[in-house]
Design a protein around this ligand. Structure first.
Ligand SMILES: O=C(CO)[C@@H](O)[C@H](O)COP(=O)(O)O
Ligand SMILES: [Co+2]
Length: 216
């Protein structure tokens, strides 16, 4: 099964509630929420009040991508706001094993994100504990960037790691996903596709989601 996870970073924040309602009625299974702190990445996006507000609009899976330093400090708040899946960056947490266990102990799904420059070998031994691995296919911080082609090799590597241990793992690709590359990403082993610009372009949310699905 291929899961679509529209990133609201690309939404029109003047009409965020209306657009999230449209996502709620769409065929997308997840909603990708990019949290940025201006330290781990050179951008600041949104936080607890926004997540709490849109949680009242939809029951879709909140796929929360934390691009923040010291993510372990905020796990309880993100869960309280309604996060269903929390993905932290390998590069942002020196005690990642402890944070993974804490997130799971709270009954929340857990993912690890890898920047384009981080090799997949660093998470090999963590895969048994994970629900998801997020492969960043752009440098984190902004939507609308160009897909980094070598991300496909990383998707294949993680897919093989999971297969070798018989692990049913979500493999999420995040950044520059559009109808021209989505099929090839699934063929590499991706099963969760994040799309921001490709979904919110020209406010044609429903049509753009259908086009992504048709391109598979
Ligand atoms: O985490 C990030 C960016 O750091 C992504 O989730 C982007 O928000 C995806 O946007 P597009 O590349 O699909 O426009
Ligand atoms: Co993201």
């Amino acid at each position: 099964m291929v899961i679509l996870s529209p990133s609201i970073l690309a939404a029109d924040f003047k009409r965020l509630g209306e657009q999230v309602s449209r996502l709620d009625k769409s065929g997308a299974e997840f909603i990708h929420i990019d949290v940025m702190d201006g330290n781990f990445v050179p951008n600041i996006s949104l936080g607890f009040p926004v997540i709490k507000s849109i949680r009242e609009i939809t029951k879709k899976v909140f796929d929360v991508h934390l691009m923040i330093e010291q993510p372990s400090k905020y796990i309880d708040e993100f869960i309280a706001c309604g996060a269903d899946m929390i993905t932290i960056h390998y590069e942002a947490d020196k005690h990642i094993d402890r944070t993974i266990n804490y997130i799971k102990s709270k009954g929340c799904k857990v993912g690890i994100a890898l920047n384009p420059g981080t090799p997949t070998c660093v998470i090999k031994d963590l895969i048994p504990q994970l629900d998801m691995v997020l492969i960043m296919s752009v440098n984190p911080g902004f939507g609308g960037q160009k897909f980094i082609e070598y991300s496909k090799d990383k998707i294949k590597e993680v897919s093989l790691m999971a297969k070798n241990i018989g692990k049913d793992l979500l493999i999420e690709v995040d950044g520059g996903v559009d109808p021209t590359n989505i099929k090839s990403l699934v063929e590499c082993g991706a099963n969760v596709l994040v799309a921001g610009s490709a979904v919110f372009k020209d406010d044609k949310i429903e049509e753009n989601i259908d086009n992504l699905r048709k391109a598979l």
